[in-house]
Structure formats: structure tokens, C-alpha cells
Design a protein around this ligand. Structure first.
Ligand code: SF4
Length: 214
């Protein structure tokens, strides 16, 4: 099978499992959503969705957040993990948006990626969810699945994985495909030997073939 055929098979199966997906993170404002995405790095979305209302209750406006004390932000966001660096970046981000962007979040990926705490994936998730931008941001689940299915080389970096997936996905909603892959990674195609291959029809999967050889 070529890449396009593999991606099409994966998409078909995932759509049968998860016909409709929704953004995993809750937020009422643009900067609030960007902060939620930053907080979600190596964290569970459920915990992030519990923490962000507390953060924005303590700091109702972006200016309030920009004027905050870093230690106070850290105290609120600590349960999500990586608290010190996230608190530092959130404060810097709020200051930068207030000082340099009139309190608005820029919508160009290259510009977004220059903001504190915002990398390629975070910018992709923000634009995909807010603007329906045609991106397939790569997290640990997306990377693992794409490699197991040999859609991408085993040593591919996230930027390369994203480019390959975006070039070969023929469906109409790339962010939906991104969310479907994450759900698949969380529920079936789990890391290590916990994966539930017996429930997966993707017979071309190299990880499944390995099991057969063992
Ligand atoms: S066969 Fe197993 S490892 Fe391969 S994609 Fe399906 S669940 Fe993942």
C-alpha cells in the first residue's frame, strides 16, 4: 500500500469509530484557548479544563494576567505538570500580547510560533481549532500511529510527520482527522504492549505483523 492508501484506510476506520469529534479543550476567549493549548503539553485535557476556569477567574482579563505574579500563576496551574516553565511562559505571553499585539492573538503560524511557549504544534492546534486551518498537528499519539503504520519513517520528526500526513490525507477536515488519531491513540493504539490490536482492522500495520512473527 502507498501512503495515500494507508492514510485513507486509517481515516475510514477512525471515522467509523469516531464519526464526530470536538475540540478537547474548553475556552471562551482566543488568548484563553491559546493558554489552554500551552497548558495541555504533556498533560491530560480533563485536568487542563479544570484548571483554566480557575486561572481566568483569578485573572479575568489579559491585562490582569500580564500584571500577575508568576508564583501565583504557578500555584493555580501546578496540577497540569511542568508548572514552572508553563507559568513563566504564560506570564510572558500575556505581557507580549498586551505590549506588542494590542491584546490580540496573531493568526499567522510563523508569527504565533515566536510567542513565548508557542511551538509549531501549539500554533497548529490553535489555528486548526479557531480558524479551521488545514493542519494535522503532531502529538505523541499521532506520531506513534503514523510510525506504526509506516506512513512515515520511524525516525521522522514531528514537522516531517505533519507534512506527510497533510500531503496524503484526502478528507475534508484535517483537524477532525488529528482528533480522531488522538482518540485512537488514547483508546486502542496505546503505547507499548497495552495496544488493543485485536480490535483494529488495519491489517497492514507493521506492529501487528511483528506480533504474528513472535
Ligand atoms: S494493529 Fe495495533 S499497533 Fe497497529 S494500528 Fe492497529 S491498534 Fe495500533
Amino acid at each position: 500500500m502507498n501512503r495515500k492508501e494507508k492514510v485513507a484506510s486509517l481515516s475510514l476506520f477512525l471515522t467509523s469509530l469516531y464519526p464526530e469529534t470536538e475540540c478537547f479543550l474548553h475556552s471562551s476567549s482566543e488568548y484563553g484557548f491559546l493558554i489552554a493549548v500551552i497548558l495541555s503539553a504533556q498533560a491530560r485535557d480533563k485536568v487542563v479544563n479544570q484548571i483554566t476556569p480557575l486561572l481566568f477567574k483569578a485573572y479575568p482579563s489579559l491585562q490582569d494576567l500580564a500584571d500577575a505574579n508568576e508564583k501565583d500563576i504557578l500555584r493555580i496551574i501546578k496540577p497540569v505538570g511542568l508548572g514552572p516553565s508553563k507559568a513563566h511562559n504564560i506570564l510572558l505571553l500575556a505581557k507580549t500580547l498586551v505590549q506588542d499585539y494590542q491584546g490580540k492573538v496573531p493568526h499567522e503560524r510563523e508569527v504565533l510560533q515566536t510567542l513565548p511557549g508557542v511551538g509549531h504544534k501549539t500554533a497548529g492546534v490553535f489555528l486548526g481549532e479557531r480558524d479551521d486551518a488545514p493542519f494535522i498537528p503532531v502529538d505523541t499519539h499521532v506520531s506513534r500511529i503514523a510510525k506504526r503504520l509506516r506512513i512515515v519513517p520511524l525516525k521522522a520528526e514531528p514537522d516531517e510527520i505533519e507534512a506527510i500526513l497533510e500531503a496524503n490525507y484526502q478528507g475534508g477536515n484535517k483537524m477532525n482527522f488529528h482528533r480522531q488519531m488522538i482518540l485512537f491513540g488514547r483508546n486502542l493504539c496505546l503505547a507499548s504492549d497495552k495496544r488493543l490490536c485485536e480490535q483494529c482492522p488495519l491489517s497492514f500495520c507493521q506492529e501487528r505483523l511483528k506480533d504474528f512473527k513472535e
